[in-house]
Each structure stands twice: as C-alpha cells, then as structure tokens.
Design a protein around this ligand. Structure first.
Ligand code: G4P
Length: 524
C-alpha cells in the first residue's frame, strides 16, 4: 500500500443529523470526549447554549473563531482519523447544512426514543438520499420512557424508507433501562449512570448466569426478545448500508455516555473511507495521486472588518502539502497555499499535510466562491453542491438611498458566500432575498450593517417560491414574454421564475412544458 492508500484507509468523514433536541450536540461532545479530543464534557453544549439566543449568537459570530472551529473537528481514534462536520440544526438551520452533507462520506442520525422520526430528520435524510449517503442510526434517551424499540424501527423503515439492522438491543427503558445486548459480539454492557463511561461491567454471552444475577427477571425477557428480534429484523449487510439502503441501529443514552463508544467504533469499523466523487467529465477516485477538492462552505473570519473569509475545502484526491501551488479552476489561476488551516476539536493548526477526506480551511479575501474546485492543474468541476429553492423571501429596503451601491455589493458578496440567495426581478429594481431559514435574514442584516456600513430593513413580499429555469433559448424567451413580472436573475445571473403561490407555478409549468423548473440548482 502506498502512503496515500494507508492514509485514506484511516479517514472517516461524517456529519451528525437530527431533529432539534434529539441529542446531536450531546452526542458530538461525547464522541469528542471518547475520542480523547476534549478533556471536559460541557464545552460544546455551552457553545450551543450561547448560540441559542440570537443576540448572543451574533456576538459569537462577531468573534467568528468559535463558530469556525466548531464547524469541523478532526481527531484521531484507534488507528483512524475522524473528521466530524457540524451541521447547524436549530433556528440557524440553513443551506449550509445541506451543503455540508455534500462533503461527508457518511452520516449518523440521532433519533429521540420518545419522539421517533421528526420533521427535520426527514428533511435532512432526503438530502442524504440525493447521494445515497450511508446512515448509521443512534436511538437516544433510552433512560426515558420512550416508544417500543420495535415500533421505532418500523417507523424508520416506513417513514424514511430504509431497512433497519439493529446492532445492539436495549434491555428495558426508562427506569427499567439496564443496558444493551450487542447482537453481533454477543456481549452485554450494563447501564450505570454513575460510571464514568456509562458502564461499569461488560459480560459475554446471553446465557451467562451473571446476566440473571444483575438484572433478575429482565434476563429471561431479554432472551426471548432477542430471539424475536433476530427472527423479525434484518441482519446487517454492509453492502446495503454502503448503498444507503440499510441503516445499522444502536441504542443508548448520550447524556449518560452510554452507547457512544459503540457508535464511534462502528464509524471506524463499518463506515466508508473517502469515496469517489463525480465531476462534470469524470469520476475522481480518492487514491488518485494528484490533489483535488471543492469548497462546500465559506465563513467570514475572525475580523469581519477585513472581510477575511475561510473557505472550507474537502480534499477529494491526492495529498495537500503546505506551500503547494493549486489551481482555482473557475478563475484559471494558481496560488501557493501556505496558511491553510486544520480544525482540531479545540484548536486550529496550520496544515502541513492533508489527504482525501480531510477538510482544510483556506483564508482569502472573497476570491474563493462556494462550489469552487481546486486541482493541481486539471480543469475539473465537482458537481452536486446544491442551492435550494428558498421558502422565505424578503425585499431589501435601504434606509439611506445614497448607499445603494454598497447594498448591492454587500448582497452580491453575501450571496456568493451562500448566506442568502439574491434575486433581481427583470421588471423592477427590487433586490429580493431568498432563504430557507429566518435567521439567515438576521445574519445578513447584521453583516450588511457591520461589514458594509449599510442599514437596511427587510420587508415581506409576495413571492412564495422560486425555480431555476432550464431549456432552449426560444422556450425561455417565450416564458419571458408571457410572464415578465415573474422573471428574475439570481446572484450568478441565472434565470429564475418567481411565483406568488403554488397554483401560479403549476400553471406556468403546464403552459411551458419544454422548460424545466428546477427546485435545486448546482452552484457553478
Ligand atoms: P440537539 O443538539 O439535537 O438539539 O440536542 P442536545 O444535545 O442539546 O440535547 C437536547 C436535550 O436532550 C438536552 O437537554 C440534553 O441534555 C438532553 N439529552 C441528550 N441526551 C439525552 C439522553 O440520553 N437522555 C436524556 N434524558 N436526555 C438527553 P436540555 O434540557 O435542553 O439541556 P440540559 O438542561 O440537559 O443542559
């Protein structure tokens, strides 16, 4: 094996997805703790608490360092190098989340055992499905009186359309929660909320008399249940998991550290190493010798006054080395990168070397855009970094009309950064912002004021949805002639149809069958 292949075999790059409050932050923190990446539990949750109130979140955003370091966390575990990518899941939920999911090779889905599959889980899972991302499931909060495990598995299967393969099985729940049985290792880990790592004893074998000693009557219940479960559920099939068709399921209680280690071990043992990625013209294998990667996220840096930004680049092939000259394909320009950043759980270090699957941060002054591909020279363009049709629209109204130029520039740049989408209707001078989450507007208003010196308010407007248009020039022109008031250009100069309601959109689609109305658009 070459050095590159060895390094690749060690990499695991994943994100955690969940509905708010299911326990994503807790699990993130515990994974870091079990991985030895943080010494004291509590830090990640403290950050989240601070982020909860919008005003505090803005303060934090001003000091950007914190949110930048927390969005990607690299740490070693066993022989592996783990890259854990954070996806904002709460009110700050935005397109960032979707795009982050394009940069991972697998995901861990956290389900609250009391609430089962919830709305945000479904949304995020649909995004994962676009690329058949393998999903590992952690059913959390077994220390509470939740739903029956078998019922939860049924729900995952029917609502999310994936087979479930239980890897562990819980012994009771709530007050009667005593631990889990590992269906493949034939081991039992007893739950002990007072033990440092959630368990103080692990025994081997379902027939072990120690099982009866520790949990009494529940031992026989467990034996019967395990037999039933083995008969009624799917056995783990790695191929089906890697194809996104089956999810291995683990049970536990994140806050009590219980079941976390099994998840971390499963990431190392079962989850895929960096996968091949599609570009416009060919598929790039992760073990190709030459470096390539794409930018999936841009975040303003520590000092907003300087408009410094960090572009988060996912390495897709080869090896990145400090000082290496790489080409920004969209600009046809090469640059030597001396100051790339690797994000550890608590620090950021200057990157000396990075391999496929790793995420590096490249500081820049706005020259790097979302979706940009970097290579050692080849003209590649990675595909699949999406923009989503927004659900929320606002018209930007400036307080001081003399600052119109700054407003346009600010909105254009923030749109390029992916903070918001910008639409310019052809029939008016309006500047319309589109977002998938309300907080995006607040962030944009805040940043316009602090970084561009423009005060503006966002008014409601009557647009309800947007679609990108694809078709022959003549067909697009026919639509333009018929519905000039609905036509707009987005921040990248692409034609968009704005609709005030679903009926209007549907009618336009029926009248112009040769035009495709796209709900997602890849960034170029
Ligand atoms: P999120 O990032 O998915 O939104 O969830 P987060 O980890 O913040 O967890 C949401 C709440 O659920 C937190 O409670 C957390 O302590 C609790 N929680 C997480 N794992 C478990 C578990 O295994 N069992 C139980 N019973 N609760 C769990 P909170 O009240 O919001 O915060 P706090 O008062 O605990 O700090």
């Amino acid at each position: 094996m070459t050095e590159l292949q060895q390094e690749l075999a060690r990499r695991r790059t994943f994100a955690i997805i969940s509905h708010p409050d299911a326990g994503k932050t807790t699990l993130t923190e515990k994974l870091l703790w079990f991985g030895g990446a943080i010494q004291v539990a509590g830090e990640v949750r403290a950050r989240k608490a601070a982020r909860h109130a919008t005003s505090d979140w803005m303060e934090l955003e001003k000091q950007r360092g914190i949110s930048v370091t927390s969005s990607v966390m690299q740490f070693p575990y066993r022989d592996a190098i783990i890259n854990l990518l954070d996806t904002p899941g709460h009110e700050d939920f935005s397109e960032d989340t979707y795009r982050t999911l394009t940069a991972v090779d697998s995901a861990v889905m956290v389900i609250d055992s009391v609430n089962g599959v919830e709305s945000q889980t479904i949304k995020l899972l649909n995004v994962c499905r676009l690329r058949d991302t393998p999903i590992l499931t952690f059913i959390n909060k077994l220390d509470r009186e939740g739903r029956e495990p078998i019922e939860l598995l049924d729900e995952i299967e029917s609502v999310l359309g994936m087979q479930c393969a239980p890897m562990t099985w819980p012994i009771g729940m709530g007050k009667r929660f005593r631990g889990v049985y590992h269906l493949y290792n034939d081991s039992i880990a007893f739950f002990d909320p007072h033990a440092e790592k959630g368990t103080s004893e692990i025994i081997q074998g379902l027939d072990n008399p120690r099982l009866d000693e520790v949990i009494g009557d529940q031992a026989d219940e467990l034996r019967i249940e395990v037999e039933l479960v083995r008969g009624a559920s799917h056995t783990f099939d790695r191929e089906a998991y890697l194809a996104g068709k089956q999810t291995p399921v683990f049970f536990g209680s994140g806050v009590n550290n219980f079941g976390v280690q099994s998840v971390l071990d499963a990431i190392v043992d079962l989850s895929p190493r960096p996968l091949a990625r599609a570009t416009e013209h060919r598929v790039v294998a992760p073990d190709e010798a030459k470096f390539s990667g794409f930018v999936f996220k841009i975040q303003a840096n520590m000092d907003p006054k300087h408009r410094d930004r960090i572009a988060f680049l996912r390495v897709c092939s080869g090896r990145f080395e400090r000082g290496m000259k790489i080409k920004q394909v969209s600009q046809g320009k090469s640059m030597a990168i001396n100051n790339a950043i690797t994000f550890m759980a608590q620090d950021r270090n200057t990157t000396d070397v990075a391999y496929s699957g790793d995420i590096i941060g490249i500081p820049n002054h706005g020259t790097i855009r979302l979706g940009d591909t970097f290579t050692e020279g080849e003209d590649l363009k990675f595909t699949g970094i999406p923009s989503f049709a927004p659900d929320l629209f606002r018209r930007a109204q400036i307080k001081n009309p003399l600052k119109m130029k700054q407003l346009q520039k600010g909105l254009q740049q923030l749109a390029e950064e992916g903070q918001t989408q910008l639409f310019k209707p052809l029939a008016s001078n309006d500047l319309i912002l589109g977002a998938v989450g309300m907080l995006q507007f607040e962030v944009v208003a805040h940043r316009l004021e602090h970084e561009y010196g423009v005060e503006c308010v966002f008014e409601g407007c009557n647009w309800a949805t947007a679609r990108w248009l694809r078709g022959k020039d003549d067909d697009i022109k026919a639509l333009l002639d018929k519905a000039p008031a609905n036509m707009a250009l987005d921040g990248a100069g692409d034609y968009v149809y704005l609709a005030p309601n679903r009926v209007n959109l549907q009618m336009a689609q029926e009248r112009h069958p040769n035009v495709k109305f796209l709900e997602t658009r890849e960034i170029y």
